[in-house]
Write a protein that binds this ligand. Structure first.
Ligand SMILES: Nc1ncnc2c1ncn2[C@@H]1O[C@H](COP(=O)(O)OP(=O)(O)OP(=O)(O)O)[C@@H](O)[C@H]1O
Ligand SMILES: [Mg+2]
Length: 344
């Protein structure tokens, strides 16, 4: 059976399967009633459609099922107006159709075109929303789903026993456990630095420790915002989120064919922004002197050095792309809990 690990983050949706890893921005918005002109909106754009149950306008009437079209990923801001794009920072986003559209777009990346059949799926929720949303998300994902991605139809079935929903930060722990089984016996403190939020916990005996778990609305986007303002004020340059995010990764940006070194400014910005986060984590963990401390997520490299100033025994994930650490952990879980086929 096809096994997919999907992490729909507030900024980036990540997929990991047996032979594929990919990601796209978590941008999703409802399109026009009759759908998009696919001729005009060519292949890089992703459009997703599925039937949504809508209450009828007529009092006492039955619910109607109607096909709804969504633009998702990189091209979404060109296809739908800004106010239609889902607000991924709101707590009820996980119950929205826009969220489901991102999930289906990621599924389509991991299966063959026109796939019809079962899948095993592992996904997650932020720590703060896990208790409240886990059951609702589970209920929503179990069953058979018919949808189209770029007009190609899919029909997937997810059975209860094939679905795993966990706190996202647990995925980060599992990605390390897959590399070092001995972590199972230790106390492991993990911090997942994401786009808009950061989550942390301590894992002991494969379970999260309640008093050591938390989250904060601080992430890479705060640094992107700060650097964007700096570029606008000093260079009169208006740059997109992606352009500034890349500039932060490489420490420089090209403005009017001139290379601008941003390293000092990024260092200062990260220090100011990550400071309160690191203080909160340190206090909650009381320094975690007896634990392995691991920082992962797309913001690991950026925030890692600041974490190390307060918690010097921190390991910053050195994977080629730490953005995949959570979803790789989900995937390793799927393979670890495979059920043995029944003997004939
Ligand atoms: N290889 C990469 N490609 C694109 N963005 C990257 C990459 N590596 C790091 N980033 C940056 O890291 C940020 C955080 O990525 P991550 O996927 O961990 O966040 P998220 O899961 O969407 O957020 P949250 O956990 O808050 O919901 C991205 O928004 C981006 O700015
Ligand atoms: Mg995340």
């Amino acid at each position: 059976m096809i096994e997919l690990a999907i992490d729909v983050g507030s900024g980036v949706t990540k997929l990991c399967s047996a032979d594929r890893k990919t990601h796209f921005p978590s941008l999703s918005g409802q399109g026009p009633e009759r759908g998009f002109d696919l001729e005009e909106s060519k292949s890089k754009n992703t459009t997703v459609s599925f039937r949504v149950r809508r209450p009828t306008d007529i009092a006492g009437g039955k619910n109607r099922n109607e096909e709804v079209f969504f633009a998702v990923g990189e091209a979404a801001p060109n296809l739908v107006s800004p106010e239609k794009l889902a607000q991924t920072r709101s707590d009820d986003w996980y119950a929205s159709d826009e969220y489901l559209a991102l999930m289906f777009a990621a599924v389509a990346e991991g299966v063959a075109p026109q796939y019809r059949g079962k899948i095993r799926l592992c996904t997650g929720l932020p720590q703060a929303l896990y208790g409240e949303h886990r059951d609702a998300l589970t209920k929503r994902l179990i069953g058979t789903h018919c949808f189209k991605v770029n007009d190609i139809p899919y029909k997937i079935t997810i059975r209860r026993e094939d679905l795993f929903v966990m706190p996202q930060v647990m995925g980060l722990f599992l990605s390390r456990l897959a590399e070092n089984r001995s972590l199972q016996k230790d106390r492991v403190a993990v911090l997942d630095v994401g786009t808009y939020t950061s989550d942390w916990t301590i894992v002991e005996n494969l379970a999260t420790v309640q008093w050591a778990s938390g989250g904060m609305a601080v992430g890479v986007s705060n640094v992107v915002e700060d650097i964007s303002k700096y570029l606008e004020n000093v260079y009169r340059a208006q740059c997109s989120y992606v352009a500034v995010s890349n500039a932060i990764r490489y420490g420089e940006i090209l403005i009017k064919e001139r290379r601008v070194d941003l390293r000092d400014h990024i260092r200062q910005s990260v220090h100011d922004i990550a400071g309160p986060l690191v203080d909160a984590v340190y206090k909650q963990w009381r320094g975690a002197p007896d634990a392995h401390v691991i920082v992962g997520g797309g913001g690991a490299r950026l925030f890692g050095p600041t974490v190390r100033t307060l918690i010097p025994h921190t390991t910053v994930i050195q994977d080629a792309e730490p953005i995949y650490s959570v979803v790789e952990g989900y995937y390793s879980y799927l393979t670890a809990v495979r059920r043995k086929p029944k003997a004939a």
